[in-house]
Design a protein around this ligand. Structure first.
Ligand SMILES: [Fe+2]
Ligand SMILES: [Fe+2]
Length: 342
């Protein structure tokens, strides 16, 4: 899917020049490049890996895409825990497929980020050392089977709201990765909702289990959209660059407006006494989000941060032999090709 990612050299030194090493341009030449870049953004065009781009645009994308990739990979863990405890063969098959999809999303995204000149090893080092951020939602435990349904319905549902506009992101490889990711996220959301519908038609204990999971996840899902616009100084720049298409608050509102009727059909209560339709605004109003908790968790102090990271580091270490074998195989193949070409 991303052939261009294989033709761009890695740049482990964190060089901020173009992937082909745009020479240190005289300021007039640079101004011309900047003007061409701005014009393309204004026309809603795409920026591709070999194109000139401002260093800050590149840096922002590397940060955003790698954080997104980390979120997909760490996001496999809370649900992976339940594969061996799924209540039926059908649910187990669906859950395995979903968790594998998330792994695939991580791989597309690392590839997309690599086209910007940052190596995968460098990005993984950021994750494993605790420097890089990932979605705070995955630092909470999954306590019962209904959590699997609620994660699909609400967490993947929130991810779709965030990711559909990214299909129109100005950076080509990221936008293209998102098209396929969004199709799979849509399946994730539906399977979660369907699993909950079945539970809600079950016993009283099953219905209570669903309500408990909704109570624990609702506010954390609203926080997934990021801090309020007033506290997101980088948001405007992201919109100017065509990376972001909607503000955090707009996306959060879209998610709430879409989810309230779904909760009604399901027969669960969303745990917010202030949640009510505002005729004037044409949207649902909601109560205050606990941003202190959000920042605590983002900064490494959530209930599962340590465990999630330790699991990732262990998996990476145990996978060393696979990477070595793959590299040895690739080197052998390359040698054979060179011999044949000679
Ligand atoms: Fe995903
Ligand atoms: Fe997903």
């Amino acid at each position: 899917m991303y052939t261009q990612s294989f033709s761009v050299p890695d740049d482990t030194a964190g060089n901020t020049s173009g992937p082909k090493g745009v020479p240190a341009a005289a300021s007039a030449a640079e101004a011309e490049l900047q003007a061409a870049f701005d014009a393309r953004i204004d026309q809603d065009g795409r920026i591709e890996p070999r194109d000139w781009m401002p260093a800050a645009y590149r840096k922002t994308l590397v940060r955003q895409i790698s954080q997104h990739a980390h979120s997909e990979i760490v996001g496999m863990l809370p649900e992976g825990n339940w594969i061996s405890r799924a209540p039926s063969l059908k649910r187990k098959a669906i859950l395995i497929a979903k968790v594998q999809d998330e792994g695939g999303h991580g791989l597309y995204l690392y590839s997309a980020a690599e086209t910007l000149g940052t190596s995968r090893a460098e990005m993984l080092e950021g994750l494993h050392s605790g420097k890089a951020k990932y979605s705070s939602i995955f630092n909470y435990p999954t306590l019962n089977w209904a959590d699997m349904g609620v994660i699909g319905w609400l967490v993947d549902g929130a991810a779709i709201m965030n990711q559909i506009p990214l299909c129109r992101c100005s950076y080509g490889p990221y936008a293209r990765a998102m098209v396929r990711v969004c199709k799979e996220e849509s399946f994730h959301q539906r399977q979660g909702y369907e699993a909950l519908l079945v539970l809600m038609q079950g016993t009283q204990a099953q219905r209570e289990m669903v309500q408990d999971a909704v109570n624990r996840y609702w506010w954390k899902c609203l926080a997934m959209f990021g801090p309020p616009d007033a506290d997101s100084p980088n948001s405007q720049q992201g919109m100017r660059w065509g990376i972001k298409r909607f503000t955090n608050d707009d996306l959060r509102q879209k998610f709430i407006d879409a989810t309230v009727p779904q909760a009604r059909v399901l027969g669960v209560t969303l745990p917010d006494p202030e949640l009510k339709w505002n005729e004037e605004r044409g949207h649902y109003d909601h109560g205050p989000i606990d941003w202190d908790e959000f920042w605590q968790v983002v900064n490494g102090h959530g209930p599962m941060n340590k465990e999630r990271l330790a699991t990732r580091v262990k998996a990476h270490e145990q996978g060393a032999w696979v990477r070595e074998a793959a590299a040895a195989h690739a080197a052998k193949q390359q040698q054979r090709q060179l011999k044949e070409a000679a």
